[in-house]
Design a protein around this ligand. Structure first.
Ligand SMILES: Cc1ncc(COP(=O)(O)O)c(C=O)c1O
Length: 507
């Protein structure tokens, strides 16, 4: 078999979907015992929502399609299994021989790793660095190998997860990229499964469906099926700010820059072939703050242990469903579960550190709401310019005994990230790094920072220190219009300033 197996399903038309080979599971007659975990995928519950629609003044009935209850934890189990079944039936995948390689934001990877574990394939998942450790650890537990790519790489960049996966597929013998972005099995799994199930669960009466779009397979397949039987059903697509799926033409004209979206799984900077934009009646744009707070409400008020993109869909659904009348039915699809986000939006500190939630009050501590000022920063910034080598940076760290270095741009002086002994060690030991690499590769970017211009309360610094052992302190240089380093705060520094004469016993 050749190294790179072209996906014979590429180049499909959505107008042909009706006539394609279908696999429809029995809807209400599941066997008492499943032959393996893959046969448990689908037939997810539809749950009536109560508290949120009431408090948001929604008159119609709202239902949650609980895709987060799939065995791998997300809607993507459906397409992963379906793509594997299809490729096996065509002889493209051979158990024990073929290697599955896929670029994914994580959930498709988990679905594929699950299928690979049960069926006996080697599986390599390529995913951006912003994806949570929870996803990575789940993938590893399922036996997948992980390759991580820079979050800031745009899809056309050679370092993007899509292009890295393509390169690996050319290099590794017997490897197959099932390619969720171009594979008709992606929308077909929803046409035969998700859409069929929703119609069955609501006895064929659906007035609105609200679904987030990433590859677009979920919304396209589900909506195509529902519209066949409920032609007046309004299909609402959910697209985060910074993504172009809702308005690709407008974006091409304005050359919008890549923007980091906190919500994982939805939104892209290109339109995948698996998205049928014609089936979407209305798009709702969502932002991180509304989205993540709504996910927390779905958990807290409705008891649905779902993830971030579920909040985006629910927030959009609340806006769109206000137009519906009592007795009408709106279905909102909740794609993945809480597991992927245990150290992210589930954490109050994580939300507060990003200003998605206001700082918790702490009436026992008088200093909690006082601002951090420059004179409190004892550990003043030590910098290293971006053209230095990792060895030079390490040497400077040793000589100055600083806890970390700010890496600054050689030309502009702008902060590019931090050089820390901890990240350098991780890079060398766990991430295939070498001291021959550029300093860029050793530059840590996921750190917490406060800008003195915004008068950050000491309480916020404390909340950030709950998450990381240090907080970078910066200020805005008004003439150059950029942030410049001031220094570092650790728990030690914070305690020194809160335990002084002014605040006896730390109070
Ligand atoms: C959490 C989450 N939500 C929503 C989606 C969007 O689904 P689709 O790719 O079918 O558009 C994905 C896809 O990866 C996802 O991971």
């Amino acid at each position: 078999m050749s190294n790179h197996v072209e996906n014979e399903a590429k180049g499909f038309n959505f107008s042909d979907i009706k006539d394609m080979p279908h696999i429809v599971k029995a809807l209400d007659h599941n066997p008492k015992i499943a032959s393996d975990i893959l046969n448990v995928i689908g037939n997810t519950p539809l749950v009536k929502l109560s508290k949120i629609p009431k408090s948001e003044n929604v008159q119609c009935d709202m239902y949650a399609k609980c895709e987060f209850m799939n065995p791998g934890g997300s809607v993507k189990d459906r397409i992963a299994f379906r793509m594997v079944q299809h490729a096996e039936s065509k002889g493209i995948l051979i158990p024990g021989v073929s290697v599955i390689i896929e670029p994914t934001s994580g959930n498709t990877g988990i679905g594929l790793a699950l299928a690979a574990a049960v069926k006996g394939y080697r599986c390599i998942i390529v995913l951006p660095e912003k994806m949570s450790d929870e996803k990575v650890n789940t993938l590893k537990a399922l036996g997948a190998e992980i390759v991580r790519t820079p979050t800031e790489a745009a899809s056309k960049d050679p370092d993007s997860n899509i292009n890295v996966a393509k390169r690996l597929t050319r290099e590794i013998p017997n490897s197959v990229m099932l390619d969720q972005y171009n594979n008709v099995s992606n929308p077909l799994a929803h046409y035969d499964g998700t859409g069929e199930e929703i119609l069955y669960q609501l006895d064929g009466h659906v007035d609105m469906v609200v679904i987030g779009a990433g590859t677009g397979g979920t919304i396209s397949g589900t909506a195509l099926k529902i519209k066949e039987r409920c032609p007046n059903c309004i299909v609402v697509g959910v697209d985060p700010l910074g993504s172009i799926l809702a308005q690709p033409d407008a974006v091409n004209k304005t050359d919008v820059k890549f923007y980091e979206i906190q919500v994982e799984g939805i939104g892209y900077d290109f339109v995948p072939a698996t998205l049928d934009r014609a089936v979407v009646d209305v798009w709702v744009k969502t932002d991180d703050t509304h989205t993540l707070n709504m996910s927390r409400r779905l958990i807290r008020e409705e008891g649905l242990l779902c993830g971030g993109s579920s909040g985006a869909a629910m927030w959009a659904a609340v806006q769109a469903a206000r137009a519906l009348q009592p007795g009408q039915r709106c279905v909102v699809l909740l794609p993945d579960n809480i597991r992927n986000y245990m150290t992210k939006f589930i954490s109050d500190q994580w939300m507060e550190a990003r200003n998605f939630k206001s700082l918790v009050t702490n009436d026992n501590l008088r200093w909690w709401h006082e601002p951090l000022t420059e004179d409190m920063v004892e550990q003043l910034a030590v910098t290293v310019d971006s053209r230095s080598s990792p060895q030079e940076a390490l040497e400077k760290l040793r000589k100055t005994r600083a806890s970390l270095l700010f890496v600054t741009d050689y030309d502009t002086g702008a902060i590019k990230g931090l050089f820390t002994a901890d990240y350098a060690r991780r890079r060398l030991t766990n991430l295939h790094g070498s001291f021959n690499d550029k300093l860029e590769k050793f530059t840590f970017k996921k750190y917490y920072k406060v800008n003195l211009a915004k008068n950050p309360p000491l309480g916020l610094v404390s909340r950030m220190l709950d998450l990381e052992p240090f907080v970078a302190v910066v200020k805005t240089d008004e003439t150059r219009k950029l942030e410049v380093p001031v220094g570092v705060m650790t728990s030690h520094d914070l305690l020194l300033h809160t335990l002084d004469v002014k605040h006896v016993n730390g109070k």
